[in-house]
Design a protein around this ligand. Structure first.
Ligand SMILES: Nc1ncnc2c1ncn2[C@@H]1O[C@H](COP(=O)(O)OP(=O)(O)OP(=O)(O)O)[C@@H](O)[C@H]1O
Ligand SMILES: [Mg+2]
Length: 281
């Protein structure tokens, strides 16, 4: 089933001269893990806002085209209805946490959904366990580390049971170890929980090998829509953060004439180098 369908989408923020997105058409199948790339200001956050309904419901501006998520047309569906099928995690965990305990943070949006008490409790328990937050349930979220806060934000959104999860640079405020944990969770949400996941992320090392697709933006236009290997096989990536194995590959390719397809994992690079040494090139 098709989770997302975007046709000729354009958006210009009120008061702005330039279109933040222009002529964007794309489709995402259910269960896909999609990496959204592009340099700063290229339109990644704007796309995600269009998918969750923040645009056009909360941001004003010129809006063109159609966006459908889980069969709902975003522009004509109330945000509270969209919120039952689509969830979003933002860059800064500080701005998305409101409650005084971890468990009430997860429970709060469920209360707003009007779920029966036992279903609510079941979901809170599931999320605490699934996201490794059981031991922190009575802690004040303000006291958690950045990584724990981001895990809580993901748990809170996931407990609402969305089919589609959008994550806008979820690790940019985290240390490398917490970032790795959060990104591993993102992969699991797709592979184990069957969520459709779109993640905009500068740390591509961990996601590139797992992603089904890359959507790359430049100046508000979709400039690449395809598999990650195809994307990283092109040498027009200089302004983007590419996985370190990809960087190393291109260095070895230009300096030592290394041959073969671009690797996405250290293991793939290792076997490429072994074969290259074996061939005596
Ligand atoms: N709230 C806003 N009001 C006006 N213009 C905005 C607003 N948010 C973004 N823009 C503009 O829209 C364009 C796309 O921005 P967007 O935030 O979508 O890019 P991005 O790819 O997410 O960048 P970054 O990597 O810095 O997060 C930019 O020109 C930006 O200045
Ligand atoms: Mg952004």
């Amino acid at each position: 089933m098709r989770a997302i369908e975007v046709r000729d989408l354009g958006f210009r923020y009120e008061g702005s001269q330039d279109w933040a997105l222009m002529d964007v058409s794309l489709e995402v199948e259910s269960g896909e893990l999609v990496l959204v790339l592009g340099s700063t200001g290229s339109g990644k956050s704007t796309l995600l806002r269009c998918l969750i309904g923040l645009i056009p419901h909360f941001y004003s501006g010129d809006y063109r085209g159609t966006v459908r998520v889980m069969g709902m047309e975003v522009a004509s569906t109330p945000v509270h209805r969209l919120a039952t099928r689509v969830g979003m995690v933002f860059q800064n965990p500080e701005t998305q946490i409101f409650s005084t305990s971890v468990e009430s943070e997860i429970a709060f949006p469920l209360e707003n959904l009007g779920l029966p008490r036992d279903e609510m409790e079941r979901r809170v328990e599931w999320a605490l366990k699934r996201f490794g937050l059981e031991g922190l349930r009575r802690r004040n979220p303000a006291e958690l580390s950045g990584g724990q806060k981001q895990r809580l934000a993901i748990a809170t959104v996931t407990a609402m049971g969305p089919d589609v999860l959008l994550l806008d640079e979820p690790t940019s405020m985290l240390d490398p170890l917490s970032a790795k944990e959060v990104l591993e969770l993102v992969v699991e949400l797709c592979r184990e929980e069957g969520k459709t996941v779109l993640v905009s992320e500068h740390r591509t090392d961990l996601l590139a090998p797992h992603a089904d697709r890359v959507l790359a933006f430049a100046g508000g236009r979709l400039v690449y829509d395809g598999d990650p290997r195809g994307f990283f096989s092109e040498q027009r990536l200089s302004e983007l953060s590419v996985p370190r194995v990809v960087e190393l590959y291109w260095m070895l390719r230009s300096s030592c004439r290394l041959e073969g397809p671009v690797p996405l994992t250290p293991e793939e690079l290792e076997s490429l180098i072994s074969r290259w040494i074996g061939s005596g090139a």
